[in-house]
Design a protein around this ligand. Structure first.
Ligand SMILES: [Zn+2]
Length: 501
């Protein structure tokens, strides 16, 4: 349901003030409900402390139910907006989002679209009452990976709900989280909520490709208290759909591509000289890279996450995870963990050959052989040291090693701030009481990379819970359990006031 900004009115603002003024009983109309539902809701009396904890789940559920039709309409529009590389649809989509926010009461001067090359970033300031406090950034991206309708079972750019799932490009990565975050700004504004600390939505437009808009955002908004990223972290469900654990992404590995090049004089293939063959030299170098394992590493985040994974699983791998967490660096445990491709990245830097390009004719000796080696670098390890290690392992000066552009971004692990961890855990526990909340390090790169590099601590806190490999993000027939939409609305609406009051 859409309410005009006027419906928010000053009575809502007074309600928020009452919520904030401690110790006395708060008795009044439903503090966060639109006019219509007010008429039907019983009057509630809550102590301020309970009210601050955002209310009973009942109040939360009903306000979320009110917000659902508007949210789903926005999500439908968002999925239809083909914000893929090459179609240049992000600026129009950003303008549409800006319009929604302005009609909810955000001043035009607080909503800014920043054109960046063919895309755009959108920035929305939610002003706080205490201007001396640094803002909290809320990060999401507006673009999606491209999708070929011919390969999909349904139109990828049409939101479809079937058998408890939402289907469409971006429902998992990450238009649902984007829209529920925007809708939460809209709801809080209508309700008259005034945070103590300013919140700034920083929405990028090319996270899936160049991240030029992310770089621009990080350049402008590096003086922030911390950043919450809706595109990382999240909860895991088991096969029966029960919650296993929730991960707050507090670190990610750095991404670097190294180009290995060997050149040789070439010549007629009927007159070979194996000792000068560029392809043989490159193949030998790649063999050496493949056989090398970078040193075992750990940090507070990986130890906490391996400990939790070890507890929630069984078998030799789980045993090794528990052992590694208890005795960081344990070589035997590290070897068992490293043997599993899903977890090797949690205990060391990894480098792997991903592309080859060599020779110029079937009947000529190669003049050139190139390979790409892709590395995922452990936080705290420099790109230069990885390059030096590759050179040492290859041990052949004929193999030239260079870092491919764009320059890799070194991204330090973020310190685990107790109040952020506690606020996220409390919010998750409203939905799934008792589920374990642990920090984690991801091996992929997100927008947080540039903000961490600029000195802003970043926490990936996607509200979504899903089974492993069930959402097909970036893939065919991308989907998300439909229940994640109201859950995400609950999550943001509860978490943001918790962190900014
Ligand atoms: Zn994403």
């Amino acid at each position: 349901m859409t309410l005009p900004p006027a419906a928010a009115g000053s009575s809502h603002r007074r309600d928020w003030e009452a919520l904030r003024s401690a110790q006395h009983l708060y008795c009044g109309g439903p503090q966060k409900l639109p006019e219509l539902s007010r008429m039907f809701m019983p009057r509630v009396c809550l102590t301020a402390a309970v009210a601050l904890a955002f209310a009973t789940p009942q109040v939360l559920a009903e306000t979320t139910a009110q917000a659902m039709p508007e949210t789903m309409a926005m999500l439908r529009h968002a999925v239809a907006a083909q914000t893929v590389e090459g179609k240049n649809q992000v600026p129009a989509f950003a303008r549409w989002l800006a319009g929604k926010l302005e009609s909810a009461g955000f001043a035009k001067s607080d909503v800014e679209i920043i054109p960046v090359e063919h895309t755009a970033a959108l920035v929305v300031h939610y002003r706080g009452s205490d201007k001396s406090l640094k803002p909290i950034l809320l990060s999401a991206h507006m673009d999606v990976v491209s999708a070929n309708p011919k390969d999909w079972q349904r139109d990828p750019f049409k939101l479809v709900e079937e058998h408890g799932y939402l289907y469409g490009r971006g429902v998992a990565d990450m238009k649902t989280n984007l829209i529920t975050l925007v809708e939460t700004f809209v709801r809080l504004k209508r309700e008259g909520f005034v945070p103590k600390r300013q919140m700034i939505l920083v929405l990028s437009g090319d996270e899936e490709t160049d991240m030029a808009s992310t770089r621009e955002l990080a350049k402008r908004y590096h003086d922030a208290e911390f950043l919450l990223n809706a595109d990382a972290g999240g909860g895991t469900l088991d096969e029966q759909g029960k919650p296993v654990l929730y991960e707050i992404q507090a670190a990610e590995k750095s991404y670097a591509d190294f180009l290995l090049t060997v050149t040789s004089p070439g010549g007629h293939s009927s007159e070979p000289d194996p000792s000068h063959n560029a392809i043989y030299k490159l193949a030998k170098a790649l063999d050496a890279v493949g056989a090398y394992a970078f040193p075992v590493r750990h940090n507070d985040i990986t130890l906490a996450s391996l400990k939790a994974l070890g507890r929630h699983n069984s078998g030799p791998l789980a045993e090794a995870m528990r052992q590694f967490a208890a005795h960081p660096g344990d070589a035997k445990a590290a070897a068992i963990i490293s043997a599993d491709p899903a977890y090797v990245g949690q205990v060391r830097t990894t480098c792997v050959a991903t592309m080859l390009d060599a020779g110029h004719a079937l009947n000529a000796l190669p003049q050139r052989a190139d390979a790409n080696v892709n590395c995922r670098i452990f936080p705290g390890v420099s790109v230069a040291s990885v390059k030096a290690k590759l050179a040492q392992v290859i041990d052949n000066p004929a193999v030239e090693i260079s870092v491919r552009p764009p320059p890799p971004v070194e991204s330090p692990a973020s310190p685990l701030r107790p109040h952020v961890m506690a606020a996220v855990a409390a919010t998750i526990h409203q939905r799934f009481p008792g589920v374990e909340v642990v920090p984690g390090m991801s091996s992929g790169a997100s927008d947080s990379m540039y903000f961490r590099n600029a000195g802003v601590p970043c926490y990936g806190v996607s509200p979504n819970f899903a089974k492993p490999n069930d959402t097909f993000a970036h893939g065919l027939n991308e989907r998300l359990p439909a229940a994640e939409v109201p859950a995400a609305l609950d999550f943001w609406h509860s978490l943001l006031p918790r962190l900014t009051e």
